[in-house]
Every structure is written in structure tokens, then in C-alpha cells.
Design a protein around this ligand. Structure first.
Ligand code: PLP
Length: 376
């Protein structure tokens, strides 16, 4: 099997699995307990928080662990709405993940007004287009850092600085789920107030993520109960998951340059192996992150191609994992202005450190053969 769907989820790295194991069995203390069992679990949480903080350029106290990217996004949007002091306008982009877009739909039912910025003709979100939509009653601007379907990098820091220059009270959230393993992040330098992360896109386990809340931000907790996570997210922590998340980002931090070089090599090898096949166009921009390559195969339906690839042992997808099970065309490719036909004939391949160049080349050759056969 050749797994080229790493933007949907990555394999847990063996070092991560090893780090987690004690906390799934013998180290079962509740981090809120004050006895030795509890203190051991609390120390593990502190270590993981420090590992993530050092990787993303934040203070450990600014990070709250969640059950994943979706929960972090939800908490960022809802928590800032609750603290908005009556301001009810939110600005986001048409390229966002459904975790943002559907949370915005829910906020609308509570009286929030949401403005969606569409990309320009080149598929990019322009800083000035976001700034133009920001008003004195805007409480939040939410812009993802890396698009999960095309790998496009959005100018989050420029947007954050520019919108705050226009309306100093506005806060900025960024969905950085796909950026965590692909872009060097420095949150203190970034001018964003909130950022969302997920463990399972960076060789960590599923069901764990984190929300960055910049010191001094306007934000209210959404989940109430115990005093965990400095009263920002009640509920006994997923200790093993958090330990795994910490170990995963620590590994990436240590091997960053080699990791990125490897992923670039994979993407380039895959694209090279597709050359010579007519009617193949890259939907991913040239400066997209290297882990994601979205490709249009003219005249070939993506659902048919994906099924044939699966039968041939190659796993890819036609966009985000959340919509792949449905027949809905990708809202991201639609927003980029591609005609319906192109949207329905496009596939996302995404790479990880577990792939080898030989394997991705083989994956591309299999794809090429199936495309040729389907066209005949
Ligand atoms: N945001 C983006 C850009 C994603 O790719 C994903 C994962 O599919 C999410 C949010 C949701 O993260 P999680 O699966 O951890 O809830």
C-alpha cells in the first residue's frame, strides 16, 4: 500500500507511540490529583506544553490542550464571540476548513454576522480584501495559515498587522493545523491572538490538539466544569495523547531541516513522474507547502480515479477528509474559480516522512497508467 493522504492524517511515529505507552497503562494518574501519581501525570503535561511552546514560539501558559483542531477552532471563535463586548461581526475566508465555516454558520444562528472574503482571480486571499471588510464592530478575523486541499500559504501575519492597524480592537485567529508540520512558526512574531493546532497531522495521535491564546487576549472559556487547563478547558486531560503530541512536535523541531528537505524531494519526485502525461495541471500554487500537491487530471472523474487507485493500493483523496465521503465538490477549488469540471477531476496527494521517493514515484506511475486507461 502507498499512503499519499497525509493531509488527512499521518501515521503515528514509533518514537511518539513509545513516549505515550506508559501513560496508557502504568502511569494512569489524574494530573489534577496532588499525590505522586497525579504529580507524575502533571509533569508529563508540563513537558508536552513546553515542547509545543518552544516549537511554535509561544509561552507554555498561552497553550491550552484540546481534543483536536476542530475543538480548538470552535473555542477560538466562540470564546472570542463570548468576550466581544457586544461586537458581532466576524471576517473569514472562503478557503477555510469546515471546522471554521460550519462554526461560523452556527454563530450566525446566534446573531453573529459573518463576512466571507473570496480569493482574487489567482486563487489568493489579498490582504487588502480582508482589511476592507473589517469594521469597528468586527470582533474576529479568522484566516488559515495553510490550506488543507491545495497547500496554499495565506499571508496571515500581514493580514493580522493590517487589520489591527485599521481597527486596533480586532483580534485574529489562524487555523494552523496544516501549518504546524510545514511552516516555521513564531507566534509571538506573528501578530495573531489565537491559533489552532492538531496532533494527528504531525505524526502524533488523533483526538488531541491545542489552542494558542495570546497573553492578554479577550477570550472566555466555552467548556466549564473542573479547573483544568487554567480554567480554559474543563475536563480531565488526555494525558497519553498530549504526551504523544508533545513528543511529535519535539521530534519535528529536532529534525526540521531534514524533514522539510525530504518532503520537498517527495513532492518533486511525484510531480516529475507525472510528466509526459498530457492534460495534467497543478492546482497547488508554486509556493504551496511541499506536503500537499493538488492535481487536475483532465477528463477523468476524481471519484472513479480514487476508487481505481485504492484498488491498486494507492490512497489519495479528493479534498478534505471531512468531505471526501460525500459527493460534494471541493468548496476550496470552487472558491479558487475553477470550473465545475476541473473541480470534479482533481485529486490531492499529500506526503509524509514515512514515504520514500521510490514509493511516491511508483504511486505517480500507477496514477499515470490508470488515468491513461480511464481516458481510453
Ligand atoms: N483545519 C484544517 C486545515 C484541517 O486540515 C483539519 C483536519 O482535517 C482540521 C482543521 C480539523 O482538525 P481535527 O481533525 O484535529 O479536528
Amino acid at each position: 500500500m502507498i499512503y499519499l493522504d497525509n493531509a488527512a492524517t499521518t501515521q503515528v511515529h514509533p518514537d511518539v507511540f513509545e513516549a505515550m505507552q506508559p501513560y496508557l497503562a502504568l502511569q494512569y494518574g489524574n494530573p489534577s490529583s496532588i499525590h505522586a501519581f497525579g504529580r507524575a501525570a502533571k509533569a508529563a503535561l508540563d513537558k508536552a506544553r513546553a515542547q509545543l511552546a518552544s516549537f511554535v514560539g509561544a509561552y507554555p501558559q498561552e497553550l491550552t490542550f484540546t481534543s483536536g483542531g476542530t475543538e480548538a477552532i470552535h473555542a477560538a471563535l466562540f470564546g472570542s464571540f463570548l468576550a466581544s463586548g457586544g461586537r458581532k461581526h466576524l471576517v473569514t475566508t472562503a478557503l477555510e476548513h469546515h471546522a471554521v465555516l460550519h462554526t461560523c454558520d452556527f454563530l450566525r444562528t446566534l446573531g453573529c454576522e459573518v463576512t466571507i472574503v473570496e480569493p482574487a482571480a489567482d486563487g489568493r486571499i489579498r490582504v487588502e480584501d480582508v482589511v476592507e471588510r473589517v469594521r469597528p464592530d468586527t470582533f474576529l478575523v479568522s484566516v488559515m495559515a495553510v490550506n488543507n486541499e491545495t497547500g496554499a500559504v495565506l499571508p496571515v501575519t500581514d493580514i493580522a498587522r493590517a487589520v489591527k492597524e485599521k481597527v486596533p480592537t480586532v483580534q485574529v485567529h489562524s487555523d494552523m493545523v496544516q501549518a504546524l508540520g510545514t511552516l516555521r512558526l513564531d507566534l509571538h512574531e506573528s501578530a495573531v491572538d489565537f491559533a489552532s493546532f492538531s496532533g494527528h497531522k504531525v505524526y502524533g495521535p488523533k483526538g488531541v490538539g491545542a489552542l494558542y491564546i495570546r497573553k492578554g487576549s479577550n477570550w472566555k472559556a466555552v467548556l466549564h466544569g473542573g479547573a483544568q487547563e487554567r480554567e480554559r478547558r474543563a475536563g480531565t486531560e488526555n494525558v497519553a495523547g498530549i504526551v504523544g503530541f508533545g513528543a511529535a512536535v519535539h521530534r519535528l523541531h529536532e529534525h526540521w531541516d531534514a524533514h522539510i528537505r525530504h518532503i520537498i524531494g517527495l513532492r518533486d519526485a511525484f510531480w516529475r513522474a507525472l510528466q509526459g502525461l498530457p492534460g495534467v495541471t497543478r492546482n497547488s500554487p508554486q509556493d504551496a507547502v511541499p506536503s500537499i500537491l493538488n492535481v487536475w487530471f483532465e477528463g477523468v472523474r476524481s471519484d472513479t480515479l480514487l476508487m481505481r487507485l485504492d484498488m491498486a493500493g494507492v490512497a489519495a483523496s479528493a479534498g478534505s477528509a471531512c468531505t471526501a465521503g460525500s459527493l460534494e465538490p471541493s468548496h476550496v477549488l470552487q472558491a479558487c474559480g475553477y470550473p465545475d469540471e476541473r473541480v470534479r477531476q482533481s485529486i490531492r496527494f499529500s506526503f509524509s516522512e514515512f514515504n520514500s521517493e521510490e514509493e511516491v514515484t511508483r504511486g505517480a506511475e500507477i496514477t499515470r497508467d490508470i488515468v491513461q486507461e480511464l481516458r481510453r
